[in-house]
Design a protein around this ligand. Structure first.
Ligand code: NAD
Ligand code: UD1
Length: 334
């Protein structure tokens, strides 16, 4: 398949490109590099031993997209490009709605014009809001998001559902990621957050290498086994493989399908912290702080639908995720 990957130099996109190339797909990457760097391309090429064409294009640039589609006949687009910082989205809602929603609309318009009606979208478990129970399956209703970033995911899902209803020849996979962490075992690609990390694992790895003093544990009074928040952490390589499996929806022209991509296991902040310490033989100082506004107590997936219909199941353990995240942080420093 010839696949257009937007946001392909980012964290999840780069790992997915490696898996797509491994399965002999023909990949073209576009990214405006607002949250990644072109050096990722050479590292993808190092890992895969293959060349991958890259274009510095903003998904809102219709003219550039049209030019690209004139020169390439894409079978499918996997759409990762987007802004993803929850806190920043509250400060800059218009920027988030423009980049994520308007960007997706421009991209879809161009794909439609060039007869590429196959689309895989990076959604998030955040669309479930505060779930009534766990594990969460795909029949759970969508909920109220606590921030503009979350709403962009929820709204884009609705746009894609409406598009498919209007034009049933579109084949679309909406992939709801749980909490991606870890990195490629080579240490060549991984997550590279700007500034102070919002998310748990990048914060822990920065404490581990001495870049930050201690971890703030946001709340230990939740209704969870040890009082700290519970999430479904998934290794980014497992997540990347989930995208390759999701191409089944496209190949078999299945219409619109929604899948959770998670492991089905919930781990608390303290469990992650202790596992990280044990696997990497390192002490992570921490302080208990008040709950973070907008956080929910627990969130983990029922991943059975993806197993049954796509034959996909996460393989990596929390130990693997902690080891690979640390390995990446160390390589990044060198
Ligand atoms: P990332 O920031 O590492 O990657 C996103 C890439 O998109 C970056 O390389 C960035 O430069 C690029 N980009 C942003 N706006 C663009 C634009 N207008 N035009 C072209 N390129 C643009 O993030 P990630 O963690 O790899 O996430 C990928 C996708 O998955 C995002 O849509 C994100 O919202 C979604 N997602 C991420 C998580 C997570 O925890 N990482 C969870 C759920 C969903
Ligand atoms: C957050 C976003 C979600 C986004 C996801 C991407 C919110 C409310 N949700 O999810 O929209 O899709 O990131 O991965 O921001 N924690 C600490 N200390 C820290 C950081 C986190 O204790 O320094 C705790 C949190 O309270 C939470 C858990 O660790 O219990 C995981 O947090 P995080 O990695 O930020 O992910 P989510 O909040 O699940």
């Amino acid at each position: 398949m010839k696949i257009l990957v937007t946001g392909g130099t980012g964290f999840i996109g780069s790992h997915t490109v490696v898996e797509l190339l491994d399965q002999n797909n023909d990949v073209v990457i576009i990214d405006n590099l607002c949250n990644s760097s072109e050096s990722v391309i050479k590292n993808i090429e190092k890992i895969s031993g293959k060349k991958v064409p890259f274009f510095n294009i903003d998904i809102r640039d219709k003219k550039a997209l049209e030019e690209l589609c004139t020169k390439n006949k894409f079978d499918c687009c996997i759409h990762f490009a987007g802004l993803k910082a929850v806190g920043e989205s509250c400060q800059k809602p218009l920027e988030y709605y423009d980049n994520n929603i308007n960007g997706t609309l421009v991209l879809l318009e161009v794909l439609k014009k060039y007869n590429c009606h196959n689309f895989v979208f990076s959604s998030s478990a955040t669309v479930y809001g505060s779930p009534k129970s766990n594990p969460i399956d795909e029949t759970f209703p969508k909920g109220t998001c606590t921030n503009p970033y979350g709403w962009t995911k929820s709204m884009i899902e609705q746009i894609l559902i409406d598009l498919h209803n209007a034009n049933p020849d579109w084949n679309i996979a909406l992939l709801r990621y749980f909490n991606p962490i870890g990195a490629h075992k080579s240490g060549l690609i991984g997550e590279n957050p700007n500034g102070i990390p919002n998310n748990l694992m990048p914060y822990i790895t920065q404490v581990a290498v001495g870049q930050r003093k201690e971890l703030n544990v946001f709340g230990n009074d939740y209704d969870t086994p040890d009082g700290t928040g519970v999430r479904d952490y998934i290794h980014v390589v497992d997540l990347a493989k989930g995208h390759v499996k999701a191409l089944k929806v496209i190949k078999e022209k299945q219409g619109l399908k929604i899948y959770n991509l998670g492991t089905g296991h919930g781990y608390s902040v303290m469990q992650v912290l202790k596992t990280f310490e044990k696997v990497n033989n390192i002490k992570i100082p921490y302080k208990i702080k008040p709950r973070r506004p907008g956080d929910i107590a627990a969130c983990y997936a029922n991943p059975q639908k993806a197993l049954k219909e796509l034959g996909w199941k996460a393989q990596y353990t929390l130990e693997d995720m902690c080891r690979d995240s640390y390995n990446w942080e160390i390589h990044k420093k060198n």
